[in-house]
Ligand binder design. Structure first.
Ligand SMILES: NC(=O)c1ccc[n+]([C@@H]2O[C@H](COP(=O)([O-])OP(=O)(O)OC[C@H]3O[C@@H](n4cnc5c(N)ncnc54)[C@H](O)[C@@H]3O)[C@@H](O)[C@H]2O)c1
Length: 251
């Protein structure tokens, strides 16, 4: 089992499927967590469950200033952050037959939440980690879509997640000597509210049939990998992307 004793971990989108599983897992391993989501009220049940090891911060990641303030607020809680998990994400459809303005609006929102906000938080983390004797770790949620491509209405999502991978590699290459290691996680289909529309219209079994395991991943399958990376035991794997897709897309 990984050891995250006394580590301070900021998790964005922590009210969601993967984020809440990460929070539970690393608190169980001894970490303190700063739980972020759109509003503090959404996080209240999880915070109550996790007790004194959890603090909540609300921020809309589509907003640049709110995203910068999130880092400052989270850092102030314990005067340090050891691990940033850029987990929040959105998956709105942008059909080709939508009006151009609407299509572009969805692109801009997706790039803002899925790529720009993680970038702003990574920028703050790199600067802060350079001042911490023990440095720090960045874990960015990318997607299988970054490598395989995505369904027709989701070019923007694939493009944003490919950007996350490229950004993560750049950070790993350029800031290791200043104390930052950086990793990307690339899930396939994970059984969370994120896929509610797919589950209701196409069905989870279709995604399960595309895997080599005959089943889709659960949030815990992703949380286990993130907890391991957060523990600092994979330092020399910096820059890598770990696929968690049940061999539905082997690259
Ligand atoms: N579920 C999957 O199949 C899957 C596959 C590949 C990658 N991912 C990635 O994993 C991450 C987590 O996904 P999940 O399945 O747990 O999704 P989820 O929908 O369960 O959780 C996402 C969380 O992000 C938060 N969020 C969305 N927009 C926000 C905003 N503007 N400001 C602040 N918070 C915001 C939501 O409130 C939600 O709690 C995402 O980055 C997603 O792209 C998920």
């Amino acid at each position: 089992m990984s050891n995250n004793q006394h580590r301070t971990v900021l998790i964005t989108g922590a009210a969601g499927g993967i984020g809440s599983a990460v929070a539970r897992t690393i608190v169980d391993q001894g970490a303190n967590v700063i739980l972020h989501d759109l509003s503090e009220s959404e996080l209240a049940p999880l915070a109550a469950e996790l007790g004194e090891n959890a603090t909540v911060v609300g921020a809309d990641l589509s907003n640049v200033k709110a995203t910068a303030k999130l880092w400052a607020d989270a850092f102030a809680v314990h005067g340090r952050i050891d691990v940033l998990v850029n987990n929040a994400g959105i998956y709105p459809p942008a059909p080709l037959n939508a009006k151009l303005d609407d299509w572009v609006e969805t692109w801009e929102l997706s790039q803002a939440v899925n790529l720009r906000a993680p970038a702003i938080l990574c920028r703050a983390a790199v600067e802060a980690y350079a001042q911490q004797a023990s440095g720090g770790i960045i874990i960015n949620l990318a997607s299988r879509a970054a490598f395989r491509g995505e369904d027709p209405d989701y070019w923007h999502y694939a493009a944003a997640k490919a950007g996350v991978v490229a950004m993560t590699r750049t950070i790993a290459r350029q800031y290791g000597r200043q104390g930052t290691t950086a990793f990307a996680i690339s899930p396939g289909y994970v059984d969370t509210p994120f896929n509610r529309v797919f589950a209701e219209t196409v069905g989870v079994q279709v995604a399960a049939d595309q895997t080599g395991l005959g089943e889709v991943a659960q949030p815990q399958d992703v949380a286990n990998v993130i907890a391991f990376l957060a523990s600092g035991q994979a330092k020399h794997a910096t820059g890598t992307t770990i696929d968690i897709n049940g061999a539905s897309y082997v690259r």
